[in-house]
Design a protein around this ligand. Structure first.
Ligand code: F1P
Length: 346
């Protein structure tokens, strides 16, 4: 989260800090349905937004891979609002999805990083993430910046709709201000994450599991590992494990659990037990001070406690670091992974 984002969060009036979207907050709050489109990491940020928009603003949300949406014949009309998310603002699939939705009369909002990019220009209005240039191909700070902007949109909508109390509104904004220092605290655990990376440098597969807001984080953790280390990794909702992936668990399978203290905690604990019973090697991302999970798993990485709705902003950081260290130890070029382009323009 860059300085400009920090400045943005300093204001109590989150709804005044959303750039071009400020003029459209009524329209957003009145929407019956919001369709979110994006690719890769941006799609994962969209999935986080689905939880936030539904939970806080009680609006119907659909999240679509732009790369599929553009080739379907989706039912969409002038009543719909589409939010397109893109770091580069140049992703061809996302641009095509926007054009399709526009041709059916929908209103298109953008959450982009690159000012004046093609996607920013194709939308009716939007909010920039201002995360600064992503030097590497794989999105990292772009993800946290996208989630931050989407959180502000959720809070602004919820305030207008009266779906959150004044107290929750204030709590969320105050806690958002503390996120940068909490992210910095995760970096204090970097040497521990590096040790874990060393142990798993030559793993052939990884599974990432999370529930609720930590489910998209599990997907993002798996994507980061794939992109920069070329290790096969899959993210799943932890509750989905019993419907198939559990067959993969044995003593050679590292399983990363997003197990922060939130409303899913008890259920995640029983998912961990299921994996340990099958001898899986568990790395758990836990909230600082957790007394139970460290006694059950092979490795723990602590993250600071935050408001449940803001969890992804903190819990994704150790996963990005784990991927980074594993990739470096495998001798990969983390800034320019093979086969990947910063902007996928075809
Ligand atoms: C989407 C994306 C990135 C990924 C890689 C390829 O880009 O899938 O998430 O890390 O760079 O492109 P964007 O639309 O967010 O720029």
């Amino acid at each position: 989260i860059g300085d400009s984002m920090r400045g943005r969060l300093r204001s109590e009036d989150a709804h005044l800090q959303l750039g071009g979207l400020n003029n459209y907050l009524d329209k957003l709050a009145e929407a019956d349905r919001i369709i979110i489109v994006g690719c890769g990491t941006s799609w994962h940020a969209g999935l986080v937004a689905e939880y936030l928009f539904e939970e806080l603003a009680r609006v119907n949300v659909e999240v679509e891979y732009a790369s599929e949406f553009r080739y379907r014949n989706p039912v969409i009309s002038e009543k719909d609002i589409v939010i397109a998310i893109s770091q580069s603002g140049e992703t061809a699939d996302t641009l095509a999805a926007i054009e399709l939705a526009k041709s059916k009369g929908a209103t298109i909002f953008g959450v982009c990083n690159v000012v004046g990019s093609s996607i920013a220009r194709a939308t009716h209005a939007g909010a920039y993430t201002h995360a600064g240039p992503e030097i590497g191909v794989a999105s990292t700070k772009a993800f946290t910046a996208q989630v931050t902007v989407l959180t502000l949109i959720a809070i602004a909508m919820a305030k207008r709709k009266g779906t959150i109390t004044e107290e929750t509104y204030r709590q969320l904004l105050i806690e958002l201000e503390h996120i940068p220092e909490k992210v910095a605290k995760v970096f204090e655990n970097a040497s521990k994450i590096k040790e874990i990376a060393f142990i798993f440098t030559y793993a052939r597969n990884f599974i990432y599991l999370g529930r609720g807001l930590n489910f998209p984080v599990a997907l993002e953790g798996a994507l980061k590992l794939k992109e920069i280390s070329y290790i096969h990794a899959e993210g799943y909702p932890a509750a989905e494990m019993k419907h198939g992936p559990i067959a993969l668990i044995d003593e050679d399978m590292p399983v990363v659990f997003l197990a922060t203290r939130d409303s899913s905690y008890e259920k995640i604990v029983s998912n961990i037990q299921e994996v340990k019973a099958r001898k899986g090697r568990v790395i758990a991302i836990v909230t600082e001070g957790d007394k139970l999970i460290p006694g059950m798993v092979d490795f723990v990485i602590e993250v600071p406690q935050t408001h449940e709705m803001l969890t992804p902003l903190v819990s994704v950081i150790p996963l990005q670091l784990l991927s980074y260290y594993i990739a470096v130890m495998r001798g990969r070029n983390v800034d320019q992974p093979r086969n990947l382009a910063k902007s996928v323009t075809v």
